[in-house]
Design a protein around this ligand. Structure first.
Ligand SMILES: Nc1ncnc2c1ncn2[C@@H]1O[C@H](COP(=O)(O)OP(=O)(O)O)[C@@H](O)[C@H]1O
Ligand SMILES: [Mg+2]
Length: 251
């Protein structure tokens, strides 16, 4: 079943009186529960596309449909994790992660209780009352994820969430994210510029051209679920796919 549909999305910015086209004629259908990744070079319009999907920007033209209906007011239907999703340093982990529900005016007590239940799954058991500065980079990022998850939306938009992490932490968090995704059955739109990460995580990978971003190719990823990093990552199929994707990226 189709969850999300983008029809002819084009978006530009005004820069010093000139029109700068960021993305052009994006057509895309995302299935319910799919893990879809958008990959493209820096400046190709990935963040712009996520912002349009999230309803934070109105496109020049084009439409976004959710569950088959034009979604004019869709901010409330998506959880959006920003590229730099920093935690507030003066708030504890628990007070950071309930920020979303708090802003939405939901009961703090109920949100905190739900957050405490989820702390173990997010690898944060025992850290509810710690401050961000006391956590590792990976833990901070999992806390930012928990804050996103607690908004309880069925579409998750994740903008390069692992970009700032070291390679090993990044690998751990990728495997962890897949676990969490299978647990919640969200529809995920994930943005990265890392070829291996895109293939390892996704059901399908969409390649954007350099600006203005257009879809140049789509790859169905043939690996089953759950993924096993030791099997898929070092397989000949993986290496062949990486090479194909890399070439699509390079034009
Ligand atoms: N608010 C803005 N005003 C003007 N230009 C912008 C703005 N945001 C992004 N851009 C430009 O639009 C293009 C796409 O940006 P972005 O969507 O951030 O790409 P990506 O996330 O793929 O790096 C870039 O050339 C960028 O400089
Ligand atoms: Mg970006």
């Amino acid at each position: 079943m189709t969850k999300l549909e983008l029809i002819d999305i084009t978006q530009s910015y005004r820069e010093a009186g000139r029109k700068l086209l960021a993305i052009r004629d994006i057509n895309l259908t995302v299935k319910n529960g799919e893990f879809l990744t958008i990959i493209g070079p820096s400046g190709s319009g990935k963040t712009t596309l996520l912002e349009v999907i999230a309803g934070l920007q109105q496109p020049d033209h084009g439409q976004v449909l959710i569950d088959g209906a034009v979604a004019h007011h869709r901010r409330g239907q998506m959880a959006y994790m920003l590229q730099q999703d920093a935690l507030l340093p003066w708030r504890t982990v628990i007070d950071n992660v309930v920020l979303g529900p708090e802003i939405q005016g939901q009961g703090r007590r109920q949100a905190k209780q739900r957050a405490r239940e989820l702390l173990p799954l997010f690898g944060l058991e025992g850290f509810a009352d710690s401050f961000p500065a006391q956590l590792s980079g990976g833990m901070r990022q999992r806390a930012a994820f928990l804050r996103t998850f607690l908004t309880e939306r069925d579409i998750l938009l994740l903008d390069e969430p692992f970009g700032a992490l070291d390679a090993l932490t990044r690998r751990d968090l990728q495997a962890w994210l897949l676990d969490v995704w299978q647990h919640f059955e969200h529809t995920v739109i994930f943005v990265t510029h890392d070829v291996e990460e895109a293939i390892y995580l996704s059901d399908r990978v969409i390649v954007l051209s350099p600006r203005p971003g257009q879809i140049v190719e789509a790859f169905d990823i043939p690996f089953g679920r759950p993924r096993h990093e030791t099997v898929e990552l070092f397989s000949p199929e993986m290496i062949a796919l990486e090479s194909e994707l890399f070439h699509a990226l390079k034009g």
